[in-house]
Write a protein that binds this ligand. Structure first.
Ligand code: HAM
Length: 442
């Protein structure tokens, strides 16, 4: 026997139940984005390799699904949507009303090591605001990120948004004498600290910081201990860096908006978050399960230099993406998934070929009105057809038997109660609508 061909590692089939779950996530994400005044966009899943090698940072480059196409071009499946968005907006910036509030739901591809919460193909909900420099835009995105989680029934007891700041980090690293390149490398090591061995982190940092590694790690530990806006104020003022007082005013503005929206209880100051992607420049955040378990549910931040790096006029930008894999796992583990497969309204059974034409007329009429209807494509005895009606999960069974049709009538059975009524064929639509709404008593 031929060997069974399976999906590639990290790729998923979506049979109806899984597809219904995916569509449920998409529906909620889309509704939240629209409620926050965002417009939907999309881009190509295949891009030139260069778009990602230069812009996303070294970690993502090792995870690219890249190859040479038949025209000899170096291309890659998209690992994220942000560079595509930056290019699209950069190329059209002159004609777009500011601020630009766009969202997208799309498939991304990363050649990652197989682990819980990580796939090689996954879906992301991206939302971004471009053309706005102030913390109000960051607050708006954090609000959308939290509200979208809330719309699935997740509360502050389930999830936490850990808020940090690359501006503060870059200032600390500059004060330690690191240039921009070394700072970005140091931050990518800090980003992975929670997930790797402490000795490995030490060894990696020593390539950049040499003898300063231990004092740097002590500083990181002190920064990570900060968990509130008051704690942050105290920490920053203790550093005596005058240049950071303006930054702290922006922190207060951001926090004030989140507090006024009633979202502060979802948020925690956490400078341990620095983000793995290289392009971030300001506030950054990630959302995790409150228990601290599992990989991130969402992540994002400000990236004010990416549009310019792609060759377009500079444009302020901030955004986030949430993934489908960790979110679905969390909703399932908390029992927050509703029943998702749509219930069928009616199942039609008929006596035989003589009654089939009338039954098919009814099927077509009901379907054209948006009532979902199924029937046995192959005629069988009534007993078998009723069994199929049962299996279909339909709420009503419409019966077109010889006796009823002789009187221009049809019969309806409520599949839950077993109650039955008959009605004239000319009232079929009204009868079905009434019984779908109110059922039939036994
Ligand atoms: P990211 O943190 O790389 O950010 O990904 C965002 C989310 O996508 C993660 O929190 C996670 O839920 C999901 N995700 C990422 N990789 C995988 C994977 N291999 N399998 C399953 N889920 C995954 C970005 O992609 C940025 N472009 C977000 C952004 C938008 N920043 C500004 N605008």
């Amino acid at each position: 026997m031929a060997s069974k061909i399976q999906t590639l590692p990290g790729f998923r089939d979506f049979p109806p139940q899984a597809c219904a779950l995916r569509n449920y996530l998409f529906r909620k994400w889309r509704a939240a984005a629209i409620a926050h005044g965002f417009q939907e966009y999309d881009g190509p899943v295949l891009e030139s390799l260069e778009l990602f090698t230069e812009k996303s940072g070294p970690e993502i480059v090792t995870q690219l699904f890249n190859f040479e196409d038949k025209g000899g071009r170096q291309v890659s499946l998209r690992p994220e949507l942000t560079p595509t968005l930056a290019r699209m907006v950069g190329a059209n910036a002159g004609s777009l009303k500011r601020p630009i509030k766009w969202f997208s739901i799309g498939e991304c591809f990363r050649f990652e090591k197989q682990q819980k919460g990580r796939k090689r193909s996954f879906y992301q909900f991206n939302a971004d605001i471009l053309g706005e420099a102030g913390p109000g835009a960051d607050a708006e995105l954090i609000a959308l990120c939290i509200q979208s989680m809330r719309s699935f029934g997740l509360g502050p007891e389930h999830v936490v948004l850990r808020l940090s700041d690359r501006t503060l980090w870059m200032a600390f690293l500059a004060a330690l004498g690191l240039d921009e390149e070394a700072s970005i490398k140091a931050l990518s090591i800090v980003d992975k600290m929670e997930r790797v061995d402490a000795d490995y982190t030490r060894q990696q940092l020593s390539h950049i910081l040499g003898e300063g590694t231990e004092s740097f790690l002590a500083r990181v530990a002190a920064m990570k201990a900060v968990s509130s806006i008051e704690g942050l104020e105290a920490f920053v003022s203790g550093l005596g860096m005058e240049a950071l007082s303006e930054r702290m005013a922006q922190w207060r503005e951001l926090w004030g908006i989140l507090d006024a929206m009633g979202l502060a209880e979802f948020c925690r100051v956490d400078l341990g978050i620095v983000r793995g992607l290289a392009y971030y420049t300001g506030f950054v955040f990630e959302v995790f399960e409150r228990s601290g378990e599992g990989r991130a549910l969402a992540g994002g931040g400000r990236y004010d230099r990416l549009v310019e790096k792609l060759g377009y006029a500079p444009l302020h930008a901030t955004g986030f993406a949430a993934g489908d894999v960790t979110l679905a796992d969390l909703l399932e583990s908390k029992g927050l998934l509703p029943s998702l497969l749509p219930a069928l309204d009616c199942y039609v059974v008929y006596g035989g070929e003589a009654e089939k034409a009338e039954a098919m007329r009814a099927v077509a009429t009901l379907r054209s009105l948006g009532i979902s209807v199924d029937y046995p494509v192959k005629a069988a005895g009534f007993g078998k057809m009723f069994k199929q009606a049962d299996l279909s999960g339909a709420r009503l069974c419409l019966i077109f038997g010889g006796e009823e049709l002789a009187e221009r009538r049809f019969k309806m059975r409520d599949m839950a109660s077993g109650g039955e009524v008959t009605g004239p064929l000319c009232d079929l639509v009204e009868g079905v609508k009434l019984r779908l709404a109110h059922g039939i008593e036994k």
